[in-house]
Design a protein around this ligand. Structure first.
Ligand code: SPD
Length: 427
């Protein structure tokens, strides 16, 4: 006969994978699975992701509990496994050690509720149950899971349902489709929000239509990146377009979006599209000079596979690949979140296209950090700046296609810059 009511192990998992330590959905799954492996009966679990990072959670089991607090910045998890009966807490320990990829660990084991120190009460169990029935659960959230897109000083967090529709580590990045409460399903690359069902139109209409209307007759368009398909969907609305070539480096992004974001990935079957799963940087390097009317660079942020999309050589190659009169538009980062990348990109474009040929348009994306985002232009040859004479044409196009962001006033207005932004890009 056991001399204690329970067994409690207090565990230090150290040098764990920091990404796992910040992944609330994975931690919840692993903790629940650890309980099940140890043959516990799981009653409930509640997990919370802290902003900008860290996870806490508890799995309540019929045999007591498993609890965790993580510090991703130290690759550290403090875990405790409290069991009673025949449950073996060390099975859960072994499972979590593997799941968290802990390179070092320690544990202490304590017997809880030594029967030699306790006196058993006799009580009227029916009275206890009546009291319990008087208490009503106020409906606390048991799942409070947040996705955070951040740098070391700022973040944008979206609460998501915890459901993960797609999660794949490709050769380039971690590709995920998650579901947020406010913005619907979203594509995340590594830990950055790329697009969401409810605000994708802000970005995709604004990367495409100003340039397509600024150019007198855009027929041949190149899209670099843009694997979710939103940019080609917008470009292909223009009836004069004869050919669109899209070069996306990561086939997993296309696959994930076709399956889970079909309204964004809506135009992959268009006969005018040539889709290449290839390196856009190498493609631009090898492109025949004077080929494209419009080049749209729908890349990710300047980390990982998209880093080269912010280089002088890449934009020089794009300049050469444009026809004599052509327009380049690049995802330009945020003047409030990535000031350095924003400024450097503009200076690169000014150097290549000319100081008065590198306008910037600003627009709002609520799901990107700070919400304030930009597209940066390079105007080659005799392409005029943003001011247009096409108000009626644009408004007809807007209503024909039910556009929800772009319109004739914004076509000009988005190029009006606040003074601090003008200052930021002044050379
Ligand atoms: N921080 C987000 C930058 C987004 C870049 N691309 C978004 C892809 C949408 N097609």
């Amino acid at each position: 006969m056991s001399t204690a009511l329970g067994n409690h192990i207090l565990v230090e998992f150290m040098n764990c994978d920091p990404h796992i330590m910040n992944d609330v959905a994975a931690i919840e799954r692993d903790m629940v699975d650890a309980a099940k492996k140890a043959e516990a009966t799981v009653i409930n679990s509640t997990f919370h992701h802290f902003s900008p990072y860290g996870v806490s959670g508890v799995v309540v089991i019929q045999e007591s509990h498993l609890a965790i607090h993580t510090w991703p910045e130290y690759g550290y998890a403090a875990v405790d496994v409290f069991t009673c009966g025949d449950m073996n807490a060390w099975i859960a320990f072994d499972y979590l050690k593997e799941s968290f990829q802990a390179k070092s660990y320690s544990a202490i084991e304590m017997k809880r509720g030594s029967v030699n120190l306790l006196t058993r009460n006799d009580f009227d169990i029916s009275t206890m149950r009546q009291k319990a029935n008087e208490w009503v659960n106020p409906g606390f959230y048991t799942r409070n899971v947040w996705f955070t897109d951040k740098d070391e000083n700022q973040a944008l967090s979206l609460r998501f349902t915890g459901d993960v529709f797609y999660d794949h580590q490709s050769s380039f990045q971690r590709v995920r489709i998650l579901e947020s409460y406010k913005y619907g399903k979203m594509l995340a690359l590594d830990d950055m929000v790329m697009t969401t069902e409810k605000d994708e139109f802000h970005y995709h209409e604004m990367i495409s239509h100003p340039a397509m209307f600024m150019h007198p007759n855009p027929k041949n368009v190149l899209v670099i990146g843009g694997g979710d398909g939103g940019t080609i969907r917008e470009v292909l609305r223009h009836p004069g377009v004869e050919k669109v070539t899209m070069v996306e480096i990561d086939g997993a992004v296309i696959e994930a979006c076709k399956e889970h974001l079909p309204n964004i990935a809506a135009s992959f079957d268009d006969p005018k599209l040539t889709l290449l799963v290839d390196d856009g940087i190498a493609f631009a390097q090898n492109a025949a000079p004077g080929t494209y009317d419009v080049i749209l660079v729908d890349g990710s942020d300047p980390v990982g596979p998209a880093e080269g999309l912010f280089s002088v050589s890449f934009y020089t190659n794009c300049y050469n690949a444009l026809k004599e009169n052509g327009i380049l538009v690049a995802q330009g980062e945020s003047p409030k979140f990535n000031e350095k990348a924003f400024r450097e990109l503009n200076h690169t474009l000014q150097d290549i296209f000319g100081a008065d040929k590198a306008p910037v348009s600003l627009f709002f994306v609520p799901t990107y950090p700070t919400g304030m985002w930009s597209f940066q232009y390079g105007l080659k040859g005799n392409i005029e700046g943003p001011i247009h004479q096409k108000e009626a044409e644009i408004e007809t196009f807007v209503s024909t296609h039910g556009l929800r962001y772009y319109n004739a006033a914004l076509h000009n207005g988005s190029f009006a810059l606040p003074n601090f932004v003008k200052e930021l890009i002044k050379k």
